[in-house]
Design a protein around this ligand. Sequence first.
Ligand SMILES: NC(=O)c1ccc[n+]([C@@H]2O[C@H](COP(=O)([O-])OP(=O)(O)OC[C@H]3O[C@@H](n4cnc5c(N)ncnc54)[C@H](O)[C@@H]3O)[C@@H](O)[C@H]2O)c1
Length: 328
Amino acid sequence: MISDQVLEIQNRKGHFVDQTKQTVAVIGAGLIGCSWSALFLASGHAVRLYDPRTEAGDIARAFLAEVRPTLTALGYDCSGFDAPALTICATSQEAVTGAEIIMESIPERLDLKQTLYAEIEPALLPHAIVATSSSGLKLSDLQALMTDPARLVIAHPFNPPHLIPLVELYGNDRTAPDVVPIARAFFEGCGKVCIELKKEVPAHVANRLQAALWREAIHLVAEGVATVEDVDKAVWAGPGLRWAVMGPHMLLNLGGGEGGLRAYVNQFADSYAAWWDDLGHPALTSDTVAALTDGLTQEINGRDYATLRATRDTQLLSVLTALRAARA
Ligand SMILES: NC(=O)c1ccc[n+]([C@@H]2O[C@H](COP(=O)([O-])OP(=O)(O)OC[C@H]3O[C@@H](n4cnc5c(N)ncnc54)[C@H](O)[C@@H]3O)[C@@H](O)[C@H]2O)c1
């Protein structure tokens, strides 16, 4: 005989028919958890937030106030930024009670995440999905101590998740087949752009690409080829602007003219082979870090953290708004 719990889980999709109004537990109110909370609330969901820091509620509310104008300008409805849509909870179990989606955003430590899952599992709805923001922990390790590992999915955002569209989804052979599609529908309903990994690799896709670029950026500074500021400029004033519009494969396909990527490869294959051989393998030694931070001091030129963050977000808003209009 099939138990009630199994029947509930088999009927998971039935619980996610209305993607516009879910109850989402956000566990962890740091950089990522606050940003997720803002996005979910602005997307019409109820958020139950838990963080052991006593000041977490104040931090979250201050963050919501800060990002409200940006999200409003993007067309989100921020009227639910207060109670009753937002509930600050005293325990993780209280936060997950009644929640369909659990967005875990606690520090990147396997033991902490495994302990949290063990703590919340008894209080979860049978059909609830647990999504982790983890940047690089293995899903199989995260699932290891779970009673029901089928409900766990990686949903890795790019900072700040309330603005950057990308969410990288990964479910393995222990993840229930309906969990990734449900997670995709949920995040797309919040305006996100999802990709799905077909196999597990450390750091998923986007962080590997970022790591590859940063490695060479560090190498160029360490070798004295260009200053920190000029290397940064080479990205934002150059290919970075194109990358906001299309990915590297598509752009180089255009770089080959009418002949596309094949023509590009015919022309540049030998060059790339030589360039790849010449790329650096820097280490983050104290000397290298000092060179980077000295260079950044010049580039920052006295601006404080809040100013830099506001500059980033204002300009991101302009790019997102312009792209949305261009793609409409
Ligand atoms: N920072 C980034 O750029 C970035 C980007 C994408 C994904 N991530 C991932 O998001 C997750 C969170 O990263 P972050 O940068 O927001 O970290 P953070 O340190 O800013 O925030 C973590 C929060 O979790 C809280 N916390 C600790 N233990 C907890 C527990 N048991 N239950 C509930 N809350 C707890 C802390 O008090 C803190 O407020 C990590 O897995 C990280 O890999 C981070």
